[in-house]
Design a protein around this ligand. Structure first.
Ligand code: ZN
Length: 464
């Protein structure tokens, strides 16, 4: 049954546009269950008997639980049961029943702070229960490996990162070390009653079908079936390109509360939207395209490789075989080499980048010229991508989030000058809100999101 054809109500229609999910009344939940909003078409619930009926009811309940969880995630402030009924179009009785299920499973709990509804009566706000359900994000990158475990409130329950050059590391050894890093922390949290759902494994390369790493040049890894490593299956990890996961960390309300991200009351705080392009910069440059709160990863999962958009036919040969890729101007190693600071492996060292930024600050002409070239390359790629996919926001993640704000403003000005629709659009180029191991945060949110999308696969409906 396709629930997406139903409209839940006036506000909810806009609210759930990102996910095309609306609440559907469950006639069996309460005697008067149903859409309160008369404008919304009623969804006919087939009157069937036996197994078909119970499957149908379970699927409706799963759907409505998911809608309630999404409402809580996207709320700007904690919502009461009445607020949730207003937002979802479900009756208060149905909401109470759904919240009771979520409370029995310790997904949500009543918050202490009393909210006041519009009739002046205090009502209890609902929030995610802390430390009971958690996603596990993991990553193997060029400079090390690590993990993060975080809950729906956004609290990081455990994390660790091992700094280590990973170029040409033995994959078996790498996964075994990552396993040893996570296992004690995960066991401790489980003993405390925390359900660890699993999540993403961020890799710096092309990943097919969640398990085949086709190529990660900066690791020197080719065609590796990730599912052969026991820990990947035992922790429920799904391999994803790191830029896609870093982008997920920037999506408001993806799997941790939107209200907790950013500080919207402060002036000059950028607006973090549901649609944007994300550029992940390191030695190489990756990227992701996010539309309506979902990463658009393409037919094979390879979309968003913004670092390999060529900005110069006659430019230097990139490792991908093309000439003049943006990575050859704006990647960490390329910038350091262009500024004549270091070459080859030494250019990839973290100190070399610090030296570049410091020389740029002292107006060193080579450093300034290298940064100018990189600004042109990035502006060109962003403008081309905006022309292609029509978004208002580009986020510069990775080391480019460390550059002076004046440089980001220059890129923003260049992009706005170059895009075809410049008369009618104002492109904001901004630094991301999560920039400390963002792929790990995104990978942990991927785990939590599984519960949001399919609650009944994880929680029990029955009492006791
Ligand atoms: Zn390339």
């Amino acid at each position: 049954m396709d629930h997406s054809s139903g409209a839940a109500g006036r506000d909810a229609a806009d609210f759930y546009d990102a996910n095309r999910h609306e609440a559907v009344p469950n006639q069996h939940d309460t005697p008067d269950a149903g859409l309160k909003n008369k404008k919304a078409p009623a969804i006919p619930v087939p009157v069937a008997s036996g197994i078909a009926s119970s499957i149908n009811q379970e699927s409706l309940r799963n759907h409505n639980l998911s809608v309630v969880l999404r409402s809580i995630l996207h709320a700007k402030r904690p919502l009461s049961r009445a607020n949730l009924a207003d937002q979802t179009g479900l009756t208060k009785a149905t909401i109470s029943m759904l919240i009771a299920i979520l409370q029995r499973n310790a997904v949500v709990s009543d918050l202490q702070i009393p909210a006041t509804n519009r009739f002046g009566r205090p009502s209890t706000p609902i929030g995610f229960a802390p430390r009971t359900w958690a996603g596990l994000g993991t990553q193997i990158n060029t400079d090390g490996y690590g993990y993060i475990i975080k809950d729906f409130t956004g609290e990081v329950l455990s994390e660790s990162w091992a700094e280590k050059p990973m170029l040409h590391a033995d994959p078996e050894q790498a996964f075994s070390e990552l396993d040893a890093l996570i296992r004690p922390a995960a066991a401790k949290l489980r003993r405390q009653g925390c359900h660890i759902i699993g999540g993403g494994l961020a890799l710096p390369g092309l990943v097919a079908d969640g398990s085949i790493l086709l190529r990660a040049r900066n690791l020197g890894w080719d065609h590796i079936d990730i599912s052969q490593f026991k820990m990947v299956n035992s922790f429920g990890l799904h391999a994803v390109n790191e830029a896609n996961l870093a982008a997920i960390a920037q999506i408001p309300g993806y799997a941790t509360c939107e209200a907790d991200k950013g500080s919207p009351d402060e002036e000059d705080t950028p607006v973090y939207p549901q649609s944007f392009i994300y550029i992940s910069t390191d030695i190489g440059i990756g990227g992701a395209y996010v539309r309506n709160g979902q990463v658009v990863s393409g037919d094979h999962g390879f979309a968003g490789e913004l670092g390999h958009v060529s900005v110069n036919f006659n430019g230097p040969l990139c490792r991908c075989g093309r000439n003049g890729c943006a990575e050859m101007y704006a990647g960490r190693q390329a910038l350091v080499e262009a500024a004549d600071i270091a070459y080859d492996d030494a250019a990839a060292a973290a100190e070399s980048l610090n030296e570049l930024l410091s020389r740029w600050g002292r107006h060193d002409p080579r450093a300034e010229s290298a940064v100018d070239q990189a600004v042109r390359a990035l502006s060109s790629v962003i403008a081309s991508t905006v022309n292609t996919v029509d978004v208002d926001t580009a986020m510069l993640g990775g080391f480019w989030a460390r550059v002076d704000n004046s440089i980001v403003q220059r890129i923003s000005a260049e992009v706005n000058h170059q895009v075809l629709g410049s008369e009618a659009m104002d492109i904001q180029v901004i630094k991301p809100q999560v920039n400390d191991h963002p792929a790990l945060h995104g990978a942990a949110e991927v785990g939590l999101r599984r519960v949001v999308e399919n609650p009944l696969s994880y929680i029990e409906v029955s009492e006791g």
